[in-house]
Design a protein around this ligand. Structure first.
Ligand SMILES: C[S@@+](CC[C@H](N)C(=O)[O-])C[C@H]1O[C@@H](n2cnc3c(N)ncnc32)[C@H](O)[C@@H]1O
Length: 341
Protein backbone atom coordinates (compact mmCIF):
# COMPACT_ATOMS: atom_id res chain seq x y z
CA UNK A 1 0.00 0.00 0.00
CA UNK A 2 1.49 3.38 -0.90
CA UNK A 3 0.50 6.87 0.06
CA UNK A 4 -0.68 7.44 -3.52
CA UNK A 5 -3.76 5.47 -2.69
CA UNK A 6 -4.93 8.09 -0.26
CA UNK A 7 -5.52 10.42 -3.17
CA UNK A 8 -6.50 7.71 -5.60
CA UNK A 9 -9.72 7.08 -7.47
CA UNK A 10 -11.74 3.89 -7.62
CA UNK A 11 -10.53 3.26 -11.15
CA UNK A 12 -6.84 3.35 -10.14
CA UNK A 13 -5.41 -0.17 -10.44
CA UNK A 14 -4.35 -1.40 -7.01
CA UNK A 15 -0.63 -2.00 -6.68
CA UNK A 16 -0.44 -4.24 -3.63
CA UNK A 17 3.20 -4.98 -4.37
CA UNK A 18 4.28 -4.31 -0.80
CA UNK A 19 2.65 -3.55 2.49
CA UNK A 20 3.74 -0.37 4.18
CA UNK A 21 2.20 0.42 7.52
CA UNK A 22 1.90 4.02 8.67
CA UNK A 23 3.77 5.27 11.70
CA UNK A 24 0.55 5.93 13.64
CA UNK A 25 -0.20 2.20 13.59
CA UNK A 26 3.35 1.32 14.67
CA UNK A 27 3.30 3.79 17.56
CA UNK A 28 4.01 1.96 20.86
CA UNK A 29 0.82 2.99 22.60
CA UNK A 30 -1.33 2.06 19.62
CA UNK A 31 0.45 -1.30 19.43
CA UNK A 32 -0.28 -1.87 23.14
CA UNK A 33 -3.96 -1.14 22.65
CA UNK A 34 -4.09 -3.59 19.77
CA UNK A 35 -2.25 -6.21 21.83
CA UNK A 36 -5.03 -6.01 24.40
CA UNK A 37 -7.59 -6.64 21.64
CA UNK A 38 -5.70 -9.83 20.80
CA UNK A 39 -5.75 -10.99 24.42
CA UNK A 40 -9.18 -9.89 25.53
CA UNK A 41 -11.67 -9.78 22.66
CA UNK A 42 -13.71 -12.69 21.38
CA UNK A 43 -13.91 -13.51 17.65
CA UNK A 44 -17.18 -11.60 17.31
CA UNK A 45 -15.61 -8.39 18.52
CA UNK A 46 -12.40 -9.00 16.60
CA UNK A 47 -14.44 -9.15 13.39
CA UNK A 48 -14.58 -5.35 13.69
CA UNK A 49 -10.78 -5.16 13.21
CA UNK A 50 -10.77 -7.73 10.41
CA UNK A 51 -13.34 -5.69 8.53
CA UNK A 52 -11.35 -2.50 9.09
CA UNK A 53 -8.23 -4.24 7.75
CA UNK A 54 -10.02 -5.08 4.52
CA UNK A 55 -11.22 -1.52 4.14
CA UNK A 56 -7.71 -0.21 4.87
CA UNK A 57 -6.13 -2.40 2.20
CA UNK A 58 -8.81 -1.30 -0.28
CA UNK A 59 -8.36 2.31 0.76
CA UNK A 60 -7.78 3.36 -2.87
CA UNK A 61 -11.50 2.57 -3.25
CA UNK A 62 -13.04 3.07 0.20
CA UNK A 63 -11.21 6.29 1.04
CA UNK A 64 -11.12 5.08 4.64
CA UNK A 65 -7.92 6.64 5.99
CA UNK A 66 -8.68 5.74 9.61
CA UNK A 67 -9.26 2.04 8.93
CA UNK A 68 -5.56 1.22 9.15
CA UNK A 69 -5.27 2.66 12.67
CA UNK A 70 -8.44 0.90 13.81
CA UNK A 71 -7.50 -2.46 12.25
CA UNK A 72 -4.00 -2.71 13.72
CA UNK A 73 -0.85 -4.36 12.40
CA UNK A 74 -1.80 -8.01 12.97
CA UNK A 75 -5.02 -7.84 10.97
CA UNK A 76 -3.45 -5.70 8.27
CA UNK A 77 -0.67 -8.25 7.81
CA UNK A 78 -2.94 -11.28 7.73
CA UNK A 79 -5.40 -9.66 5.29
CA UNK A 80 -2.51 -8.50 3.13
CA UNK A 81 -1.19 -12.06 3.06
CA UNK A 82 -4.52 -13.27 1.60
CA UNK A 83 -4.37 -10.58 -1.06
CA UNK A 84 -0.76 -11.46 -1.88
CA UNK A 85 -1.65 -15.13 -2.32
CA UNK A 86 -4.66 -14.28 -4.49
CA UNK A 87 -2.44 -12.22 -6.74
CA UNK A 88 0.23 -14.92 -6.93
CA UNK A 89 -2.44 -17.46 -7.85
CA UNK A 90 -4.02 -15.10 -10.40
CA UNK A 91 -7.31 -15.46 -8.54
CA UNK A 92 -10.35 -14.12 -10.36
CA UNK A 93 -11.35 -12.22 -7.23
CA UNK A 94 -8.93 -10.56 -4.84
CA UNK A 95 -9.74 -10.90 -1.12
CA UNK A 96 -11.63 -7.90 0.18
CA UNK A 97 -13.39 -7.04 -3.06
CA UNK A 98 -16.76 -7.93 -1.51
CA UNK A 99 -15.99 -5.71 1.44
CA UNK A 100 -15.01 -2.86 -0.88
CA UNK A 101 -18.21 -3.17 -2.92
CA UNK A 102 -20.27 -3.50 0.25
CA UNK A 103 -18.71 -0.36 1.76
CA UNK A 104 -19.35 1.68 -1.39
CA UNK A 105 -22.92 0.35 -1.69
CA UNK A 106 -23.74 1.39 1.89
CA UNK A 107 -22.05 4.78 1.35
CA UNK A 108 -24.01 5.49 -1.80
CA UNK A 109 -27.39 4.32 -0.43
CA UNK A 110 -26.81 6.27 2.76
CA UNK A 111 -26.06 9.40 0.77
CA UNK A 112 -29.26 8.96 -1.25
CA UNK A 113 -31.30 8.32 1.91
CA UNK A 114 -29.86 11.42 3.59
CA UNK A 115 -30.86 13.43 0.51
CA UNK A 116 -34.39 12.04 0.59
CA UNK A 117 -35.03 12.25 4.33
CA UNK A 118 -33.00 15.33 4.94
CA UNK A 119 -34.19 17.57 7.68
CA UNK A 120 -32.57 19.45 10.48
CA UNK A 121 -32.22 16.44 12.69
CA UNK A 122 -31.72 13.29 10.66
CA UNK A 123 -30.52 10.36 12.75
CA UNK A 124 -28.20 7.62 11.50
CA UNK A 125 -27.98 4.54 13.70
CA UNK A 126 -25.11 2.13 13.05
CA UNK A 127 -25.93 -1.13 14.82
CA UNK A 128 -22.78 -3.21 15.34
CA UNK A 129 -20.78 -0.14 14.29
CA UNK A 130 -17.41 -1.74 15.01
CA UNK A 131 -14.62 0.32 13.41
CA UNK A 132 -16.96 2.08 10.97
CA UNK A 133 -15.69 5.59 10.17
CA UNK A 134 -18.60 7.04 8.20
CA UNK A 135 -19.06 9.83 10.77
CA UNK A 136 -15.51 10.96 9.92
CA UNK A 137 -15.59 10.14 6.23
CA UNK A 138 -18.86 11.22 4.65
CA UNK A 139 -19.57 14.85 3.85
CA UNK A 140 -23.28 14.05 3.46
CA UNK A 141 -23.55 13.56 7.25
CA UNK A 142 -22.80 17.15 8.29
CA UNK A 143 -26.45 17.67 9.30
CA UNK A 144 -26.92 14.26 10.92
CA UNK A 145 -26.65 12.82 14.39
CA UNK A 146 -24.76 9.52 14.14
CA UNK A 147 -25.28 6.88 16.84
CA UNK A 148 -22.73 4.05 16.97
CA UNK A 149 -24.02 1.02 18.86
CA UNK A 150 -21.68 -1.84 19.80
CA UNK A 151 -20.25 -3.66 22.80
CA UNK A 152 -18.62 -1.37 25.42
CA UNK A 153 -15.14 -2.89 24.82
CA UNK A 154 -15.32 -2.16 21.09
CA UNK A 155 -16.49 1.44 21.39
CA UNK A 156 -14.10 2.26 24.24
CA UNK A 157 -11.16 0.81 22.33
CA UNK A 158 -12.13 2.72 19.19
CA UNK A 159 -12.20 5.95 21.21
CA UNK A 160 -8.82 5.16 22.80
CA UNK A 161 -7.18 4.42 19.44
CA UNK A 162 -8.50 7.64 17.94
CA UNK A 163 -7.45 9.66 21.01
CA UNK A 164 -3.96 8.18 20.87
CA UNK A 165 -3.63 9.09 17.21
CA UNK A 166 -5.00 12.60 17.90
CA UNK A 167 -1.95 13.34 20.02
CA UNK A 168 -0.02 13.92 16.84
CA UNK A 169 -0.91 17.24 15.18
CA UNK A 170 -0.50 15.59 11.76
CA UNK A 171 -3.42 13.30 12.45
CA UNK A 172 -5.90 15.79 13.83
CA UNK A 173 -7.45 16.70 10.52
CA UNK A 174 -7.91 13.04 9.57
CA UNK A 175 -9.79 12.46 12.82
CA UNK A 176 -12.18 15.40 12.61
CA UNK A 177 -15.81 14.28 12.85
CA UNK A 178 -17.88 15.40 9.85
CA UNK A 179 -21.25 14.45 11.29
CA UNK A 180 -23.16 17.07 13.27
CA UNK A 181 -22.83 14.83 16.32
CA UNK A 182 -21.32 11.40 16.99
CA UNK A 183 -22.71 9.48 19.94
CA UNK A 184 -21.42 6.14 21.26
CA UNK A 185 -24.04 3.79 22.64
CA UNK A 186 -22.60 0.84 24.55
CA UNK A 187 -25.09 -1.98 24.28
CA UNK A 188 -25.58 -5.62 23.40
CA UNK A 189 -28.34 -5.67 20.82
CA UNK A 190 -29.31 -9.19 21.88
CA UNK A 191 -30.52 -7.66 25.13
CA UNK A 192 -33.88 -6.04 25.76
CA UNK A 193 -32.51 -2.66 26.75
CA UNK A 194 -30.52 -1.51 23.73
CA UNK A 195 -33.30 0.70 22.38
CA UNK A 196 -33.74 2.26 25.79
CA UNK A 197 -29.99 2.94 25.93
CA UNK A 198 -30.17 4.47 22.45
CA UNK A 199 -32.99 6.77 23.53
CA UNK A 200 -31.18 7.62 26.74
CA UNK A 201 -28.25 8.72 24.54
CA UNK A 202 -30.44 11.18 22.66
CA UNK A 203 -32.09 9.10 19.91
CA UNK A 204 -35.60 10.38 19.27
CA UNK A 205 -37.98 7.74 17.84
CA UNK A 206 -40.13 10.36 16.08
CA UNK A 207 -37.23 11.78 14.03
CA UNK A 208 -36.35 10.54 10.54
CA UNK A 209 -33.80 7.78 10.81
CA UNK A 210 -31.51 5.68 8.62
CA UNK A 211 -30.56 2.36 10.20
CA UNK A 212 -27.33 0.71 9.04
CA UNK A 213 -26.80 -2.98 9.77
CA UNK A 214 -23.58 -3.75 7.91
CA UNK A 215 -21.82 -7.03 8.55
CA UNK A 216 -24.02 -7.66 11.57
CA UNK A 217 -27.14 -9.78 11.11
CA UNK A 218 -25.41 -13.07 10.38
CA UNK A 219 -23.62 -12.95 13.76
CA UNK A 220 -26.99 -13.03 15.55
CA UNK A 221 -29.28 -15.97 16.27
CA UNK A 222 -32.45 -16.17 14.15
CA UNK A 223 -34.56 -14.96 17.07
CA UNK A 224 -32.27 -12.01 17.83
CA UNK A 225 -31.95 -10.96 14.19
CA UNK A 226 -35.71 -11.00 13.69
CA UNK A 227 -36.28 -9.13 16.94
CA UNK A 228 -33.84 -6.38 15.92
CA UNK A 229 -35.51 -6.06 12.50
CA UNK A 230 -38.96 -5.92 14.12
CA UNK A 231 -37.81 -3.23 16.54
CA UNK A 232 -36.63 -1.12 13.61
CA UNK A 233 -39.81 -1.84 11.63
CA UNK A 234 -41.87 -0.55 14.54
CA UNK A 235 -40.30 2.88 13.97
CA UNK A 236 -41.75 3.04 10.47
CA UNK A 237 -45.14 3.78 12.01
CA UNK A 238 -43.66 6.78 13.85
CA UNK A 239 -41.48 8.44 11.23
CA UNK A 240 -39.96 7.97 7.75
CA UNK A 241 -37.36 5.24 8.18
CA UNK A 242 -34.76 3.66 5.90
CA UNK A 243 -33.04 0.36 6.59
CA UNK A 244 -29.78 -0.62 4.88
CA UNK A 245 -28.60 -4.13 5.67
CA UNK A 246 -26.69 -7.06 4.22
CA UNK A 247 -27.91 -10.65 4.44
CA UNK A 248 -26.10 -13.90 3.73
CA UNK A 249 -27.93 -16.80 2.13
CA UNK A 250 -27.88 -20.32 3.56
CA UNK A 251 -24.83 -21.67 1.66
CA UNK A 252 -22.78 -18.64 2.80
CA UNK A 253 -23.57 -19.30 6.45
CA UNK A 254 -22.92 -23.00 6.23
CA UNK A 255 -19.54 -22.71 4.59
CA UNK A 256 -17.76 -19.65 5.77
CA UNK A 257 -17.50 -19.07 9.51
CA UNK A 258 -18.58 -20.97 12.64
CA UNK A 259 -19.78 -17.69 14.18
CA UNK A 260 -22.41 -17.14 11.49
CA UNK A 261 -25.98 -18.03 12.44
CA UNK A 262 -28.80 -16.05 10.86
CA UNK A 263 -29.37 -16.23 7.13
CA UNK A 264 -32.11 -15.30 4.73
CA UNK A 265 -32.44 -16.58 1.19
CA UNK A 266 -35.32 -14.18 0.56
CA UNK A 267 -34.83 -10.96 2.53
CA UNK A 268 -37.01 -9.25 -0.07
CA UNK A 269 -39.90 -11.39 1.23
CA UNK A 270 -38.87 -11.39 4.88
CA UNK A 271 -38.73 -7.61 5.32
CA UNK A 272 -42.27 -6.89 4.02
CA UNK A 273 -43.56 -9.60 6.35
CA UNK A 274 -41.99 -7.68 9.25
CA UNK A 275 -43.54 -4.39 8.19
CA UNK A 276 -41.08 -2.75 5.78
CA UNK A 277 -42.09 -1.55 2.35
CA UNK A 278 -40.20 -0.58 -0.83
CA UNK A 279 -37.65 -3.36 -0.45
CA UNK A 280 -34.88 -3.34 -3.06
CA UNK A 281 -32.35 -6.16 -3.19
CA UNK A 282 -29.00 -6.04 -4.94
CA UNK A 283 -26.32 -8.64 -5.47
CA UNK A 284 -22.62 -7.94 -5.88
CA UNK A 285 -22.14 -7.18 -9.57
CA UNK A 286 -25.55 -5.56 -10.10
CA UNK A 287 -25.34 -2.10 -11.69
CA UNK A 288 -25.66 -0.41 -8.26
CA UNK A 289 -23.19 -2.82 -6.61
CA UNK A 290 -20.33 -2.97 -9.07
CA UNK A 291 -18.29 0.25 -8.79
CA UNK A 292 -16.00 -0.90 -11.61
CA UNK A 293 -14.31 -3.40 -9.30
CA UNK A 294 -15.17 -6.70 -10.98
CA UNK A 295 -12.68 -6.76 -13.80
CA UNK A 296 -12.43 -10.44 -14.70
CA UNK A 297 -15.01 -11.29 -17.39
CA UNK A 298 -15.55 -14.68 -15.75
CA UNK A 299 -15.89 -13.29 -12.21
CA UNK A 300 -17.97 -15.40 -9.83
CA UNK A 301 -20.44 -12.61 -9.10
CA UNK A 302 -21.68 -12.39 -12.68
CA UNK A 303 -21.88 -16.19 -12.72
CA UNK A 304 -23.97 -16.20 -9.54
CA UNK A 305 -26.27 -13.51 -10.90
CA UNK A 306 -26.95 -15.71 -13.93
CA UNK A 307 -28.16 -18.58 -11.71
CA UNK A 308 -31.70 -18.35 -10.26
CA UNK A 309 -31.67 -17.39 -6.60
CA UNK A 310 -33.57 -20.52 -5.63
CA UNK A 311 -30.66 -22.70 -6.80
CA UNK A 312 -28.20 -23.57 -3.99
CA UNK A 313 -25.52 -25.34 -6.01
CA UNK A 314 -23.98 -24.23 -9.30
CA UNK A 315 -25.24 -26.83 -11.83
CA UNK A 316 -22.04 -26.47 -13.92
CA UNK A 317 -19.42 -27.20 -11.28
CA UNK A 318 -21.26 -28.22 -8.10
CA UNK A 319 -19.96 -25.29 -6.03
CA UNK A 320 -22.37 -23.81 -3.45
CA UNK A 321 -24.01 -20.54 -4.51
CA UNK A 322 -22.81 -18.30 -1.66
CA UNK A 323 -24.55 -14.97 -1.97
CA UNK A 324 -24.45 -11.69 -0.09
CA UNK A 325 -27.61 -9.64 -0.51
CA UNK A 326 -27.44 -5.88 -0.12
CA UNK A 327 -30.90 -4.70 0.84
CA UNK A 328 -32.57 -1.35 1.30
CA UNK A 329 -36.05 -1.04 2.71
CA UNK A 330 -38.13 1.78 4.00
CA UNK A 331 -41.32 2.62 5.78
CA UNK A 332 -43.28 5.62 6.85
CA UNK A 333 -46.43 6.30 8.87
CA UNK A 334 -48.39 7.16 5.71
CA UNK A 335 -47.75 3.68 4.27
CA UNK A 336 -49.11 2.20 7.46
CA UNK A 337 -47.43 -1.11 6.77
CA UNK A 338 -45.38 -1.57 9.90
CA UNK A 339 -46.20 -3.80 12.79
CA UNK A 340 -45.10 -3.66 16.40
CA UNK A 341 -42.25 -5.87 17.60
C1 LIG B 1 -18.07 -7.67 11.15
S1 LIG B 1 -18.14 -6.38 12.31
C2 LIG B 1 -18.85 -5.10 11.30
C3 LIG B 1 -18.60 -3.75 11.89
C4 LIG B 1 -19.10 -2.58 11.05
N1 LIG B 1 -20.53 -2.59 10.88
C5 LIG B 1 -18.41 -2.57 9.72
O1 LIG B 1 -19.03 -2.89 8.70
O2 LIG B 1 -17.22 -2.25 9.72
C6 LIG B 1 -19.50 -6.85 13.36
C7 LIG B 1 -19.67 -5.88 14.52
O3 LIG B 1 -20.92 -6.18 15.15
C8 LIG B 1 -20.74 -6.09 16.53
N2 LIG B 1 -21.75 -6.92 17.18
C9 LIG B 1 -22.02 -8.22 16.94
N3 LIG B 1 -22.99 -8.67 17.76
C10 LIG B 1 -23.36 -7.61 18.52
C11 LIG B 1 -24.29 -7.44 19.57
N4 LIG B 1 -25.03 -8.46 19.99
N5 LIG B 1 -24.41 -6.23 20.14
C12 LIG B 1 -23.64 -5.20 19.73
N6 LIG B 1 -22.73 -5.30 18.74
C13 LIG B 1 -22.58 -6.49 18.15
C14 LIG B 1 -19.34 -6.63 16.77
O4 LIG B 1 -18.80 -6.23 18.02
C15 LIG B 1 -18.60 -6.00 15.58
O5 LIG B 1 -18.12 -4.75 15.91
Amino acid sequence: MTDDHEHGHPEDPPTWSELTISSWVLNDRVQKLHASIESNWDPLQRSACQTAAGRALWRHVTNDVLAELLAGETYLRSFYEKIRKDRLNHAREISGVILAVRTLWFDSKLETAVGLLNNEALQIVLLGAGMDTRAYRLNCLTGSHVFEVDFPQVLQMKASLLQEAMKSMDNQQKIAVKAKALISVEADIRGKDWLEKLQYSGFIPEKNTVWILEGLLYYLSDADAIQVLKTIAAHCSLTPTVLLADFMNKPSITLSNPNFQFYSDWPDQLLPSLGFSDVKLSQIGDPDAHFGLLHDPSNMFDKLRSIPRSVEVDPDDGTPCCRLYLVQASGSPSKNTCISP
